[in-house]
Ligand binder design. Structure first.
Ligand SMILES: Nc1ncnc2c1ncn2[C@@H]1O[C@H](COP(=O)(O)OP(=O)(O)OP(=O)(O)O)[C@@H](O)[C@H]1O
Length: 340
């Protein structure tokens, strides 16, 4: 008798040995196949028979949809952020943000509202830049393990963006290669250019809110609960991060209304910090070439800020300083733990 190792023609899974009657049922897709490989006829679909995905993992329900929690992505000032997966046949990976202090529920709601508004825009570049902002999926409440309801928001997971600049600085305690800081800064200024042109300021451009895609040299901006429109919401930022005081312009603490310049100063301070420098003064280690170090110091300085509110102008200056420091742009791979 000829023995064949069969693979399921439906899904490619290896088959067990056939039963004495020569029939095999695929354990994965339930196709029914004769030992010779034919005929094949699929079993009727029966979703209720689907084994649950990772049954040991916790589940939460937001706005009527159940999600399986896969792990923690981060811990913010006011919330816990998880990677999750919609618990269904046609699934999707998502980011679930759950507020810690019940009194911060309004921050999760405000962030969701701002992001929805930004995704509705048709400002020039919207199609490209809105992909670099969290994409709202749903919001509602989740019950924590002791039964307390907490405000939550669900965003689409963007693969590859899992390290913030806080994580980057942990991986490079003495600061990143200045050539890597150049692409991080330029990408950040491009997103800010779009946000400002759309009439918003982010209000919290801080290391934990800048996520990087190390392989593609991409940057995504999260943490939108402090964002405001700068033609309407004059006044203070709705919230600030006490643990990042040195990243805010001092004017913010004096009660001066924020504007696009606030974001640009915070972006420069964030880049100075990821280079191993001091966010308050913009000074950087001596390994940073002088044209770049000088520009950083100038753009971290708020009094008077040289390029008020113009992210694109700032980006051109970064370009020029980078050319003076390193010559024409060149792709230099950037690595982080878990990436090659
Ligand atoms: N969309 C996302 N994709 C991947 N990771 C994320 C995302 N949003 C947040 N994170 C991770 O979770 C961490 C905490 O998120 P975030 O800073 O937004 O929380 P928060 O400080 O509580 O919120 P907020 O600043 O808006 O009040 C981030 O530093 C980042 O590591």
């Amino acid at each position: 008798m000829e023995l064949k190792l069969l693979k399921c023609p439906g899904c490619g899974a290896n088959f067990p040995l056939p039963a004495p009657n020569g029939i095999v049922v695929c354990e994965y897709c339930r196709a029914v196949v004769s030992a010779s490989g034919a005929p094949v006829w699929p079993m009727p679909e029966s979703p209720e028979d689907d084994p649950p995905f990772a049954p040991d993992r916790p589940r939460v329900t937001v706005a009527g949809t159940r999600y399986v929690l896969l792990g923690r992505l981060g811990r913010g000032d006011g919330s816990d952020v998880f990677l999750a997966r919609r618990d269904g046949r046609i699934t999707e990976m998502v980011v679930l943000k759950v507020v810690r202090a019940l009194s911060d529920a309004d921050l999760v709601a405000r962030e969701y509202d701002v992001l929805e508004a930004l995704h509705r825009l048709d400002t020039q570049g919207a199609e490209h830049f809105t992909r670099l902002l969290p994409q709202p999926v749903a919001r509602g409440e989740v019950k924590d393990p002791v039964g307390v309801s907490r405000a939550a928001a669900v965003y689409r997971w963007q693969s590859g963006f899992q390290h913030s600049l806080t994580d980057v600085r942990e991986a490079y305690p003495d600061g990143v290669d200045p050539r890597a800081a150049v692409w991080m800064w330029k990408r950040l200024l491009e997103v800010l250019g779009f946000v400002h042109r759309s009439g918003y300021i982010h209000g919290a451009v801080l290391p934990p809110h800048v996520l990087v895609h190390p392989r593609d040299h991409g940057v995504m901006l999260v943490g939108w609960s402090s964002a405001v429109t700068f033609d309407g919401d004059r006044g203070r930022l709705p919230s600030t991060s006490a643990s990042h005081r040195a990243f805010y312009p001092a004017a913010e603490w004096r009660g001066v209304a924020p504007g696009p310049t606030t974001d640009l100063i915070m972006a420069a301070r964030t880049i100075a910090w990821v280079l191993g420098g001091d966010p308050a003064t913009g000074s950087t280690p001596t390994s940073v070439p002088p044209p770049l170090a000088d520009l950083l110091r100038r753009l971290c300085d708020e009094d008077p800020h040289p390029f008020t509110g113009d992210a694109w102008r700032s980006k051109e200056l970064v370009d020029a300083a980078a050319r003076e420091s390193f010559g024409p742009p060149k792709f230099i791979p950037f690595t982080l733990p878990g990436w090659r």
